[in-house]
Design a binder for this molecule. Structure first.
Ligand SMILES: Cc1ncc(COP(=O)(O)O)c(C=O)c1O
Length: 458
């Protein structure tokens, strides 16, 4: 399949003021009838009419390059005809079956099992819960408690695992949780190997990984660390919302080894970084470590809501109905997910995303050297972050400059997300079927936008 045929290749094409008059009208209505938690249109005010591949058209006919990709859901892009065909076919046949088996469901389960990493491959069990990533995290919590008959959980600074009560407790951002405390108890956060801001003040990424892993082992080993042996440890092999943080390759392997040594089930959260985004089918494959339990969502359902966990076969120790939900079997999403896996394998999408991402990152790194406000550019495959600072010496974060750059990119026709510990990281999660031309154009617009904001400082 030619990726050029999957997007509006003329993007970006901006014809009106942004937001245009139609967008403004729709946004006003949304504000009137929807509640205050609506968030993305507050950062990028626009109303969309049609998505196509890695591009999206608004209600005024402007076409944007979509570097947001539905927060990582749209690995195969908007309205991929390969997926659409299967979706229409299944929707004419069957709508909803909870967890009664269907041909589409079991075919999908077999396909997931075939692409899982390491020893999970063809040697795992799959459980579908509710349709969002948070629910997969909830089921991992339940399963690990049943396996270990223990209670506490270790998570990492910078983690994002979702918004339901258990998942929120494992999410590190204070903003999200401060109004809802207490959440589940005995959750402890240890440092992730975020080498740009390593709390151990190390010099290299490898040293930061070593120090962070050492600290993790220390809290498990020291009888006076205050942390009783937990039911599980959960980690994103590459952190997403925390700021597209790529730890040194040794880190995840060490965390998994230490967890095994102390008999603590290790959960890899692949909800954002999984399904070819980082250059491997699952992001843990960069480290060679295999989890006991793995969470999946976002790209899992080919653009449709679905989440699941995969875990070692021998850990299938819970009982019938131990984790349920009405939508624990969205047949449409399963059929879409099934053809998405075919598409990923047939087009060697992991390799494509890895190579294109590497090329874009090199371009950004070159620019970083000449910029006074780009602290660090980092990423793996098409999961890229650009950390914006006030001053490269002090590394003082600048959420203000970051949102100005996001606004400038938006005006020029590129949609992105902002994340990071201090809301100062430009985050790029484009559909993996984006062409080199569109991706490069988006990166050029990013560079021009940073240069413009930088020039206003002088
Ligand atoms: C790594 C990770 N885990 C869990 C979640 C929660 O998924 P959801 O928003 O579908 O509940 C997210 C969402 O961004 C995520 O990035």
């Amino acid at each position: 399949m030619k990726f050029e045929e999957l997007s509006f290749e003329e993007a970006p094409s901006i014809k009106s003021t942004i937001p245009g008059p139609n967008s403004k009208k729709i946004l006003k209505l949304q504000e009137k009838i929807e509640g205050k938690p609506v968030s993305y249109p507050k950062g990028s005010p626009v109303a969309f009419a049609q998505g196509f591949g890695a591009t999206i058209k608004d209600t005024d006919g402007n076409i944007f390059i979509d570097f947001f990709g539905g927060a990582g859901v749209l690995a195969l892009g908007h309205c991929n005809p390969y997926v659409e065909e299967k979706v229409i076919e299944i929707q004419k046949k069957i709508t909803h079956t909870l967890d009664f088996p269907t041909e589409a469901r079991l075919e999908f389960v077999e396909k997931i099992r075939r692409v899982l990493p390491g020893s999970l491959k063809n040697n795992s069990k799959i459980v579908f819960g509710g349709p969002t990533g948070s629910d997969a995290v909830e089921s991992a919590i339940k399963l690990s408690k049943i396996i270990t008959k223990r209670h506490g959980i270790i998570a990492f600074e910078g983690a994002y695992h979702g918004m339901t009560s258990g998942a929120l407790a494992l999410t590190s951002g204070k903003f999200w949780k401060k109004n809802y405390l207490p959440l589940i108890s005995e959750v402890h956060f240890v440092p992730y190997a975020y080498s740009y801001r390593c709390p151990f003040k190390t010099k290299t990424a490898e040293e930061c990984a070593e120090a962070s892993a050492y600290f993790y082992e220390h809290v498990l080993e020291d009888p006076h660390s205050g942390i009783v042996d937990p039911a599980m440890t959960i980690v994103e092999p590459i952190q997403g919302e925390g700021g597209s943080i790529v730890p040194h390759n040794s880190f995840i392997k060490k965390i998994a080894e230490i967890s095994n040594k102390y008999n603590i089930p290790i959960v890899f959260d692949e909800i954002q970084a999984g399904f070819c985004r980082t250059g491997k089918f699952f992001s843990s494959e960069h480290s060679g470590a295999t989890p006991d339990i793995m969470t999946m969502s976002k790209a899992l359902g080919g653009g449709f809501p679905l989440s699941a966990i995969a875990y070692r076969q021998d850990l299938d120790v819970w009982s019938k109905a131990a984790h349920i939900g009405t939508f624990r079997g969205n047949v449409t999403a399963m059929a879409a997910g099934s053809v998405s896996i075919d598409f990923m394998l047939e087009n060697n999408l992991a390799n494509y995303a890895g190579e294109l991402g590497h090329y874009l990152l090199k371009k950004l790194e070159k620019f970083e050297n000449n910029s006074s406000i780009v602290g660090e550019t980092r990423g793996k495959g098409l999961m890229i972050g650009v950390e914006i600072v006030k001053d490269k010496e002090t590394k003082k974060p600048s959420p203000e400059l970051c949102s100005k750059i996001r606004d400038e990119m938006f005006q020029r026709g590129v949609i992105i997300e902002i994340g990071g510990h201090y809301n100062n990281v430009l985050r790029f999660l484009p559909p993996l079927i984006i062409t080199k031309k569109l991706a490069e154009s988006g990166i050029d617009i990013c560079i021009e936008s940073i240069e413009k904001i930088e020039s206003e400082l002088n």
